[in-house]
Design a protein around this ligand. Structure first.
Ligand code: PMP
Length: 301
């Protein structure tokens, strides 16, 4: 084992990551038959872990998948993984911490779930530029999986729909992030993010039925309420996007990150971030107790 190797939890054991192995017939691997969730730390402390675990257990319930442990046990194991790995965290860095529950390997006696918990440093350096320039977004031809096929509200290992969208978006612009539309042509979400537009001082985001209920999305809706910004969950079409004053995306890792353009059409007057987004970023930074944009920029020199 390398001296600096991180430790992961897998099926009852804490092991160096290089020794954490998944059987070749694990259903999470062969069918994408698994649920997962990802939280992040701020200055080493996990943020909204309970909400992430509520969502993980809801995803498992939707998939009729029993993790074989209580949510409190999963929380304690997650905190233990973080405790074991915090000494390896670089200066001014933070972790993503992920739980995965798969249906495991089929046996004559039924399925035995695989539970994996691991953490890794956030990709601060490669993403820093998005806070300077905003994210260019592209709507690919592939629509987001509709809820009656496989609910986008569950966070499952089945990301191919978004991977296909992302590949197409990057084909058009290597810098771009995919912004998938739903089957009716309204904005849905990106591969790992929710989207908001700002119009006349109010924020608007797609209905939760068609997207993952992002933990960060919820935080932004709370912050909007506490800072007096009107917020609406509704259908948003491409006209709304092209004529928006500002736009931003939300995710666990990026928190709130400005969007520069949609399909090459500049959002608003091109100021990144716009005033409403800037106010929400400030409120978010207050809530998490650190300047997360500054942390990104410090790594993205
Ligand atoms: N949508 C999708 C499809 C995602 O994978 C993610 C990342 N979990 C999000 C939205 C954002 O959710 P959160 O704010 O909880 O990270």
């Amino acid at each position: 084992m390398a001296a600096q190797e991180r430790i992961a939890y897998i099926n009852g054991n804490f092991v160096p990551e290089s020794q954490a192995a998944i059987p070749i017939r694990d259903r999470g691997f062969i069918y994408g038959d698994a649920a997962f969730d990802v939280a992040r730390t701020f200055q080493g402390r996990p943020f909204r872990l309970r909400e992430h675990l509520d969502r993980l257990y809801a995803s498992c319930r939707y998939l009729r998948l029993d993790p074989g442990m209580t949510q409190d046990e999963m929380e304690e194991l997650t905190l233990e993984v973080l405790r074991k790995n915090l000494p390896l965290l670089g200066e001014n860095e933070d972790y993503w911490v992920t739980q995965r529950v798969t249906r495991g390997v089929e046996t004559p006696d039924g399925d035995v779930p695989t539970v994996l918990i691991e953490c890794r440093p956030l990709p601060l350096a490669t993403r820093a530029r998005y806070y300077r320039t905003g994210v260019p977004m592209v709507t690919p031809s592939v629509p987001r999986t509709p809820p009656q096929f496989l609910s986008p509200r569950a966070k499952t290992h089945n990301y191919l729909n978004m991977v296909m969208g992302d590949l197409e978006a990057r084909e058009r612009n290597p810098e771009a992030w995919a912004l998938l539309l739903d089957e009716r042509g309204n904005l849905a979400e990106g591969k790992g993010c929710n989207v908001f537009i700002v119009k006349d001082g109010a924020i608007h985001t797609p209905n939760v039925q068609f997207v993952l209920p992002g933990i960060t999305r919820d935080v932004v809706l709370e912050l909007a309420q506490s800072t007096g910004v009107p917020a609406h969950e509704r259908d948003i079409d491409q006209y709304d996007a092209y004529t928006a004053d500002e736009a931003f995306l939300t995710s666990t890792s990026l928190c709130i990150c400005p969007v520069a353009s949609v399909n090459g059409s500049t959002i608003g007057d091109g100021t990144v971030p716009g005033p409403v987004t800037r106010g929400l970023i400030a409120a978010f930074s207050d809530l998490v107790g650190m300047d997360y944009v500054g942390q990104y920029l410090a790594h993205g020199g």
